[in-house]
Design a protein around this ligand. Structure first.
Ligand code: AMP
Ligand code: GLY
Length: 425
């Protein structure tokens, strides 16, 4: 098979690494990829947002399977366009991808399906939104309706913060069209968890559990980021919890989408709050989590490619995936300053030494090569991923590898996996 992966982050490096290991794959391409991905795939210079360019290239190069990493091209209709061109593409149609592309659509579907989720209202008008927020009182959560590169959610502890978030979106337009409507929802308390499933429009295949750390600071404090690390499995989601999430959240959602004529195919990532009343849906992503994907791929024993093909072809019920019993832990190394402004490029050494242990993989999220040198090329730059008999052991191995990397401008959290390790004790 000739496979094209789309994207250029750590998630896409992990996908390429897993796909390159498949005996079914003769040629692997990645558009646009990054310096690290170039070691397992041939890079194609087309941006992940250039749907027309990607479709033309895939058709001209007889690609047998396209695997998009990020959400933006899915929401923009990449799968539909690939289908129209006769190129098999893993992932949801634009209509099904609205689960991530519009918070209001997601909440409507959840309500119609009877899925437990925070109470909510949608607003296009700032005055109405402010009045309603004032009537309800803080805390509350204000969300830009559309895709805002992970920046559209404000957990407002006070009414002033809520009003500011409403005005940012609806008056100042800081999220552009993505913030032309907002969803305001009830604040939920509890521990966050997530599940990933493959879906083929009918059948559902749960993937290994994983828990990420979204904030930049230790102890899960500080500004939100794309994800600073994660571990798999996630002990908060035991088999009983996973079954409850599948039955009360995931399956009813998929059934509702099928009923609406837009069955979901691809990978669905449900973000949940584990509340005293049971798991409640926070959000859906229509793609793999980053860095959850890195930890999951490190644990996957089965060939990923047949599973991706089966999800596209409606054949998941014939499929099973095997995972290593070991835990995996991924530490994200980012450039100092991230998630704010940061310098680039900056030199990195020690990458070969870090990956010398066979239980350690260094996934690249934002690097490029300059001759023999490695340079940083983004905010999140590396995903140092290790396996271990326990999460604690995987953590020790991952940080030992981190310590072999010499990168003056880089930083990482030193406590990735702490929630899981506390449960192991
Ligand atoms: P989302 O992108 O919708 O998952 O929101 C990003 C983050 O905001 C989540 O991971 C939660 O930490 C937080 N969040 C979102 N919605 C709520 C809510 N209703 N209650 C409490 N926290 C929330
Ligand atoms: N790690 C969170 C995300 O991918 O959305």
């Amino acid at each position: 098979m000739r496979v094209l992966v789309i994207g250029g982050g750590g998630r896409e490096h992990a996908l390429c690494w897993a796909i390159a290991n498949s005996p079914l794959v003769e040629k692997l391409y990645c558009a646009p990829g990054n310096g690290g991905i170039a070691s397992v795939a041939e890079l194609v210079e087309i941006g992940a947002g250039d749907v027309a360019g990607l479709v033309a290239w895939a058709a001209a190069n007889a690609v047998d399977l396209v695997v998009p990493g990020p959400e933006a091209p899915l929401v923009a209709g990449l799968v539909d366009a690939m289908d129209a061109a006769g190129v098999p593409c893993f992932g949801p149609s634009a209509r099904a991808a609205r689960l991530e592309g519009s918070k209001a659509f997601m909440k409507e579907v959840a309500d119609a399906a009877g899925v437990p989720t925070a109470a909510w209202r949608r607003f296009d008008d700032a005055a109405e939104a402010r009045a309603w927020a004032a009537g309800r009182g803080a805390p509350m959560v204000v969300k830009a309706d559309g895709l805002a590169a992970g920046k559209g959610v404000t957990v407002a502890a006070t009414l002033e913060e809520a009003h500011e978030a409403i005005d940012d979106a609806l008056v100042a337009g800081v999220f552009g069209a993505a913030g032309a409507s907002v969803v305001i929802e009830e604040f939920l308390e509890g521990e966050e968890a997530s599940v990933h499933v493959l879906a083929d429009g009918r059948a559902v295949l749960p993937l290994a559990t994983a828990q990420d750390h979204k904030t930049a600071g230790e102890g899960d404090t500080g500004p939100n980021t794309g994800g600073m690390g994660c571990c798999s499995p996630a002990p908060a989601v035991d088999p009983a919890m996973e079954a409850a999430i599948l039955e009360t959240v995931v399956r009813p959602t998929l059934a509702e989408l099928a009923r609406r004529g837009c069955p979901f195919r691809g990978v669905l990532y449900a973000g949940l709050m584990l509340t005293p009343e049971g798991p409640k849906l926070l959000e859906y992503n229509v793609r793999f989590g980053d860095p959850e994907c890195q930890a999951m791929m490190a644990r996957l024993k089965s060939d990923l490619v047949p599973a991706l093909v089966a999800a596209r072809d409606g054949a998941l019920r014939h499929l099973d995936l095997r995972w290593r019993d070991e835990a995996a832990l991924c530490v994200v190394m980012a450039t100092r300053g991230y998630p704010g402004p940061y310098p680039k490029p900056t030199p990195i050494t020690g990458l070969d030494e870090a990956a010398a242990d066979s239980d350690t993989i260094v996934f690249h999220a934002g690097t490029r090569r300059d001759g023999e040198r490695w340079l940083s090329d983004g905010g999140r730059v590396l995903g140092v991923t290790a396996l271990g008999g326990t999460v604690a052991e995987a953590q020790a191995r991952a940080y030992a590898a981190v310590d072999r990397i010499d990168w003056a401008e880089g930083f990482c959290r030193r406590d990735i996996g702490w929630r899981a390790i506390a449960r192991e004790r």
